[in-house]
Design a protein around this ligand. Structure first.
Ligand code: NAD
Length: 305
């Protein structure tokens, strides 16, 4: 049994991680300011510190006695980051730096950082490999990428073990229906329930590597304990099974309408997960068709073939 601090534990991925850690018999402390997270996502067995990690001194007590930190907390909003780059950097760059400093000073052994596939931007080659140069297309992607660089520095300079996991389009229970990660799945589900046509931006040929949140949680748990990481490695956490937006629309069913493509968004996303398999022994377990079917049924929608 270990003691873990989960930042952003009232959010989508962090709360699923907190559930799984408690189920595995660990002690869980959640640090969240409830900006995009919800109080009802906090599992009953977890300790809750309602704090804002943009204030270093206020968060220090939350790190005392912790064996490891899962840093899920962030302001995950692409359009917001374009309009408010300073606020995005405050949470995603300086907030992450505060979390690293507080973890280092409290002598936490390891920190697992939630990075983002948005670091890749549009690459000339697919699938995306962590050794490709980062080319973020928006401030959010840039700020999440700076978090990885800081995490690596903390491993090298201060001996805080770190590992960064770049998630690709996460979906599943408690997924957001607003924000940077409103996946097209959430949008289509909302439209279908409202009896509206499904809106496709661009030609629908853009792909996303949809990854189930339970698989993302499993990758975090492995990254926290694997003896082969801790030096600031960057690993992809994606299903490695990209699907087009048109395919998702077909599976949900109903009329569609087309809108112009959105700026500052990559066209394709496809994770190469060979390094992740090698270093932490992770691979996705939930096939997309099953994950989508379960999600749609949980929303009262019968999937089309
Ligand atoms: N969902 C995805 O598809 C996806 C993809 C790539 C990376 N990520 C990363 O995964 C992590 C979790 O994302 P999510 O989808 O669960 O988002 P989320 O918005 O559901 O969760 C983020 C949590 O962080 C909290 N938070 C924000 N600012 C804070 C602050 N200053 N102090 C304390 N808490 C703060 C929010 O209240 C929220 O509970 C983020 O770091 C995000 O960048 C998510």
């Amino acid at each position: 049994m270990s003691k873990y601090l989960v930042t952003g534990g009232a959010g989508f991925i962090g709360s699923n991680a907190a559930d799984a850690l408690l189920k595995a018999g660990h002690q869980v402390r959640i640090l969240d300011n409830l900006s995009t997270g919800k109080r009802e996502n906090i599992p009953p067995g977890a300790e809750f510190y309602e704090l804002d990690f943009t204030n270093l001194e206020s968060i220090r007590p939350a790190f005392e006695g912790m064996d490891g930190v899962f840093h899920f907390g962030a302001l995950p909003r692409i359009p917001y980051s374009i309009e408010h780059p300073i606020e995005s950097a405050q949470a995603n760059v300086f907030g992450t730096l505060n979390v690293l400093v507080a973890a280092r000073d409290a002598k936490v052994k390891r920190l697992v950082y939630s990075a983002s596939s948005s670091a890749y931007g549009n690459q000339p080659e697919l699938p995306h490999r962590p050794d490709m140069p980062a080319k973020p297309l928006n401030p959010y992607g840039l700020h999440k990428y700076i978090g990885e660089l800081n995490a690596e520095h903390f491993a090298r300079l201060y001996g805080l073990e770190t590992v960064s996991l770049r998630y690709f389009n996460v979906y599943g229970p408690r997924m957001a229906d607003e924000g940077a990660y409103v996946t097209v799945i959430s949008i289509f589900v909302r439209q279908k329930k409202a009896g509206e046509p499904l809106t496709i931006h661009g030609d629908g040929g853009q792909t996303r590597d949809f990854t189930h949140v339970y698989d993302v949680v499993a990758a975090n748990m492995l990254a926290m304990v694997s003896p082969k990481v801790g030096k600031g490695e960057v690993l992809n956490v994606g299903a490695s099974d990209p699907r087009s937006v048109s395919e998702i629309a077909r599976k949900i069913g109903g009329p569609t309408i087309y809108h112009p493509a959105r700026p500052a968004e990559g066209r394709h996303s496809h994770a190469d997960i060979s390094l992740t398999k090698e270093l932490i022994g992770w691979e996705p377990r939930i096939p997309f068709d099953q994950g989508l079917r379960d999600h749609l049924r949980s929303q009262g929608i019968e999937p089309q073939a």
